[in-house]
Design a protein around this ligand. Sequence first.
Ligand code: MN
Length: 324
Amino acid sequence: MSNLDARPDEQACPAVRAHLSPPAQSLLPRDVPLGGPRAITVLRTLPHKEIRTIGPWCFVDHAPPVDLSRPDAVGVDVPPHPHMGLQTVTWLLDGEVEHRDSEGNHQIVRPGQTNVMTAGRGISHSEYSRREADRLFLLQLWVALPDNHRFGAPHFEHHAELPVFTVDDAEITVINGTLCGHQSPAATYSPLVGAQVRLPPGGRASLALDPTFEHGVLVADGQARVDDVAVDFGALRYLGWGPESVSVASEDGATLLLIGGKPLGEDLLMWWNFVGRDHDEIVDARKAWESGDQFGTVVDDPNARIPAPAIPGVRMRPRPSRPG
Ligand code: MN
C-alpha cells in the first residue's frame, strides 16, 4: 500500500544501540485514512512513537474487515506509487488484492499466500482490492533493506505455498524468514521472521523464539493474551529481545502475526513510501518520482499516478537513540 498522508512526517528510526532491550509493552494503533474522502482507514502500529522498528520491520498497516458487497463499501484502491529501500509484504486474512508493477508483474494474492515486493533502488506498483470477493481484511508490512542490499534491482515474488505447521494448539504459517526450523521461500536480506499464528477458541501455545531477535505480536483478529497480558484487536505487543519463548492464548480464538528479526543497526529515515538514510536522499527520491525517472511505469494500469506530497519544511535531525 501507500502512505497517503497528505503531509507525512519524516520518521527517524535510529539504530538500536542499547545493550538492554526496551521493556515489553503494548503498542496501540493509530487510525490512518489511506487518502481521499472515501478512503479506507487502517490501523498503524509501526512506526510507533515508543518503538520505531522491530528488527528490520519498519511499518505495520492493518486494515480491519470490510464488507465489499455493501454499495457504500470502500476497499483498498491505491494507484501507481513508488517504493525505495524496503520490501512490501502483503498478507490477507480475507479477500483478494491485485498487484501490478513497473517490472511487468501482475498478480492476485489471496489468504494463505503472500506477495513480497523488493523495491531495492526503486519500483512503482498499484494495489486494488477485487470486488469478486465480498470481504476484505488485510495486513501490509514493510521490511527495511540493509545498506548492502538497498540499492539492488527491484523484484517481485508471489508465494502460493508457504510452510504450515502446528505448535501446541496453534496453526502457524511462515510468511517470510524462519520459525521453529520452518523456512519460507520468500527472499530476505537480513535475519527475520514473519508468521501468522492462528489459535482456536480456548487455544494456547508456547513458541520458541530466537533470543537475538527483537519480536512483536500483533493481534490481527480477535483478542489474545501474550505472555499473560491481555492484548486487544489491532494492538501490537512488543517483546524486545532476549526472551527464548512467548506464550499466546485466546478464549474466543484469534489470528496473530509474529514479527521479529535482528536489529539492522542502521539509522533509517522513512518518509512517504521511501526508506532512506538521510534527508537529501529522500528529497532526491521524491524528485525522481515527480520527474518520472528511477521508478518506471506500472504496466497495464491506466490510472493516474499518486503525486508525492511536499517535503516537510524542516530538515530532519536525527532523534536520540532509544533509552535502555
Ligand atoms: Mn505500495
